[in-house]
Design a protein around this ligand. Sequence first.
Ligand code: GLY
Length: 356
Amino acid sequence: MKPIVSKDSIVYFGQECYTRLNSYLEKANHSQIGILVDSNTHELCLPLLMSKIEKEYDIEIIEIEAGEIYKNIETCSGIWNALSELGFDRKSLLINLGGGVVTDLGGFVACTYKRGINYINVPTSLLAMVDASVGGKTGVDLGNLKNMVGVISESEMVLVDTEYLGTLPVNQMCSGFAEMLKHGLIQDRQYWEKLSDLSQLELDDLDQMIYDSVVIKNNIVLKDPTEQNIRKYLNFGHTIGHAIESFYLTHPEKPTFLHGEAIAIGMIMEAFISSELLSVTQEDLQHISDVILATFPKIEIASKDYEKIMELLIHDKKNEKGIILFVLLNTIGEAKYNCQVSDELIIKAFEYYNSL
Ligand code: GLY
């Protein structure tokens, strides 16, 4: 598979990842190399990566706890301190081996430690392969608010090897699949139709589908790396999805969601709003809802929680001058950003979702 060239980074696939990594390591001659893992990827993914590194380097393994609740500034402090104690200088390299939490947080640590050291992303979850690790968004949560602190700065390279997915639980695979569905919905009806015909999907198609998703995302990022305009499309489903994710994160008595599961609900609700305000047909809305509900758990959102979830929308990063701005669909394959939506319509969207 041909590498995908981004603005300041390059995405390699399959075995080419390791030839590129080895020649990069040899040429760059870093003073130190760290590999950031979480407790899962330490055990399940690190042996594969280490077996592919050909030369003997003095590599420090830095481990963090697995899970979104550790995606915060305290975890960053721990890593900054570890790097400092280990004597990492500005010519050091950090390799982030993990899912979206590790690549987002590790990228942020690298971009800020000593005002920036090189980093490489080796995504091990489907979500990180198709979304998180590509495009240079790094950062951490602030309390329960998602990705509030961070910078956009691309990694040296992204290495996508689907062998890492072998140990990924099914719900984590589905979480990444939500972002792939999103890519079809915002940009490519044909890709959406291919993905949505679940009966036809074969595991052998996965590499190509991941590649197609990265192409879609990368084409958007290349045109708008700092999210001034069309990169906002990538937030379809995320305005409501992030608010749902944040709300349930702070209510341990309620079900917890993986990122993609919350985004899946957000995509149904925002597709409903699109059908009310723009040109998404009832047939397409039904199809979007059916496909998503065939893959993701349906939950009942209590009507007493609607307002509390909606209060969180005020923190959305796309808002301007206190106005909440959504990404909606003109139709499947074509998105529109900066759309204002009334509270009444958001409540109708909750009711639509609950009625399914
Ligand atoms: N995850 C959305 C973006 O990278 O813009």
